[in-house]
Ligand binder design. Structure first.
Ligand code: ADP
Ligand code: MG
Length: 484
């Protein structure tokens, strides 16, 4: 899945720009007091404003403005103290106003930058063109009745942020990395829950192809892609389609295309010639939005540590590699879990336990971190028991399995099951002597030069001790006795 397509006439580069619609986390709508809760009974969260009754006036929700500014700051973007709401006019059965209130010439957030992490470990900066506030439309429902369609206006008027990127992305992997990072930032900021499948984050993908480094080609915009996997597949399909047209002597028509997930293809929805003329004009019901720099500064003061900052701090403070750090910071709760567990413990060992055992185990059990039977403190206690030689790493895995099952404290499990490591040299020496006495052939072979047999003796001693003998002492004693 590279950014280059090998055509008959040589290499082609895939160019992508994204328009992401992110639903703002807010209790009420952008211009009304109606509730926004997901999954409510149809048309139960609709005010007269959302239903576009004549004479109703929109009132701007200050919280949504804060959320947009917060997001702009998280995208390292310029905040525009003066912005304007405009009417974007079009007819749709689920849009009772006959227009959407959006921002056009003067968005609330201007140019910004986010850093994406690529699979080969490098990073790349992607330009953000703008972020603007707008209302969502309602939803038409076509599958409830053989001859009728229904309209649910619960979503009508919910606040969206449209986040537009520069055409800086090359190929499906970068597009996936961009969406992943953007979603992570939105979740850290708690301005959008970033759920592509439920539609609280929706991506329109603009794709074109060009000779590497050449002028930008004509783009097609792909809609209806609702997972990161689908975005990647749509880009792969669409870019190959465009190369084939151009190499066959044709031209790309600028158009909107629909991704068909079942068929794995894009198909034409409407061409630019049929495109709407939205007749944007400033909404006469709303004054220009003017915010103070002090309002912006106040929000800046409440920003959390963002994913990249956290990643770099983890690398420095805990001496972790870039990979471990990026896994641990993927969610805020995960990073917090790690920091609690690592408190006073070996940071690298703790990272391994969180990433491999805990996350692996939860994944296997189909549980989220919030549902983990093992608390961060308990995992930290387990790591401490290994570090101070109370139990071996191998026994620790059994203890952990029991913790995942029962939620008990590790020290209680070690106590109950008598799993404490044996560090008493006399006890271990007795076992070593037994093993040597029981395996004269192997002893002779080892002394005759078959060094590899050492592992066999270690294994036998560990087995006889029920896995409890301290491995360092076993090694030392075996070496001393076998080399006599
Ligand atoms: P529109 O409103 O018609 O969708 P925009 O100017 O808002 O147009 O641009 C939409 C998106 O298209 C942006 O994300 C931009 O980066 C992307 N884009 C622009 N030109 C190209 C191109 N040649 N190839 C790929 N993407 C492009
Ligand atoms: Mg567009």
């Amino acid at each position: 899945m590279s950014a280059i397509i090998k055509g008959e006439t040589g290499d082609w580069e895939i160019v992508i720009g994204m328009e992401v619609h992110a639903q703002i986390i807010a209790n009420s709508k952008l211009f009304s007091g109606a509730a926004t809760e997901f999954g409510a009974a149809p048309n139960s969260q609709v005010s007269l404003v959302d239903a576009a009754m004549p004479g109703m006036l929109p009132v701007l929700n200050k919280h949504c403005v804060e959320q947009a500014v917060r997001t702009g700051l998280g995208l390292n973007a310029a905040i525009n103290l003066h912005s304007v709401f405009e009417r974007k006019n079009y007819f749709y059965p689920d849009l009772p106003q006959g227009y959407q209130i959006s921002q056009f010439l003067h968005p609330i957030v201007g140019k910004g930058i986010i850093e994406i992490d690529l699979p080969n470990g490098t990073t790349k900066e992607i330009g953000i063109t703008r972020l603007h506030l707008e209302q969502d439309a309602g939803k038409s429902i076509h599958d409830q009745h053989p001859s009728k369609s229904f309209v649910d206006l619960n979503r009508s008027g919910c606040a969206l942020m449209e986040i537009v990127s520069e055409p800086d992305l090359r190929g499906p992997e970068e597009a996936a990395a961009y969406l992943t990072k953007l979603r992570m930032i939105l979740r850290y900021l708690e301005t959008c829950d970033g759920n592509l499948e439920e539609g609280s984050m929706r991506a329109d993908v603009n794709v074109s192809v060009r000779k590497p480094g050449g002028e930008l080609g004509t783009r097609c915009e792909i809609k209806n892609v609702n997972s990161i996997k689908a975005v990647q597949m749509a880009i792969e399909y669409e870019s190959v389609r465009q190369v084939q047209i151009i190499e066959g002597g044709g031209k790309i028509k600028q158009e909107t295309r629909l991704w068909d997930n079942a068929k794995g293809e894009t198909r034409s929805m409407r061409s630019k010639e049929e495109a709407h003329d939205y007749r944007y004009f400033p909404d006469p019901d709303l004054l220009p939005l003017v915010i103070e720099q002090s309002f912006v500064e106040k929000i800046k003061g409440t920003l959390p540590e963002l994913p990249d900052q956290k990643k770099h701090r983890f690398m420095q403070k805990y001496g972790l590699g870039a990979y471990d750090s990026s896994v641990l910071i993927m969610e805020r709760a995960r990073a917090e879990y790690y920091e609690t567990a690592a408190n006073g413990n070996d940071p690298k060992m703790t990272a391994n336990w969180v990433i491999n055992e805990l996350l692996g185990g939860l994944n296997k059990d189909g549980k989220t971190l919030a549902e983990s039977p093992v608390s961060a403190k308990q995992l930290g206690d387990l790591v401490a028991l290994i570090s101070d030689n109370t139990i071996s790493g191998k026994i620790a895995k059994d203890v952990f399995a029991e913790m995942m099952h029962s939620g008990k404290d590790p020290s209680d499990i070690v106590e109950e099951k008598g799993l404490k490591q044996v560090t008493d040299t006399g006890t271990i020496e007795k076992i070593v002597d037994e093993v040597i006495a029981e395996n004269p052939d192997n002893v002779a072979a080892y002394r005759g030069g078959k060094d590899k047999l050492f592992g066999f003796f270690v294994g036998q001693v560990m087995k006889k001790s029920g896995g409890k003998a301290n491995p360092d002492i076993v090694n030392d004693l075996l070496k001393a006795k076998l080399n006599q």
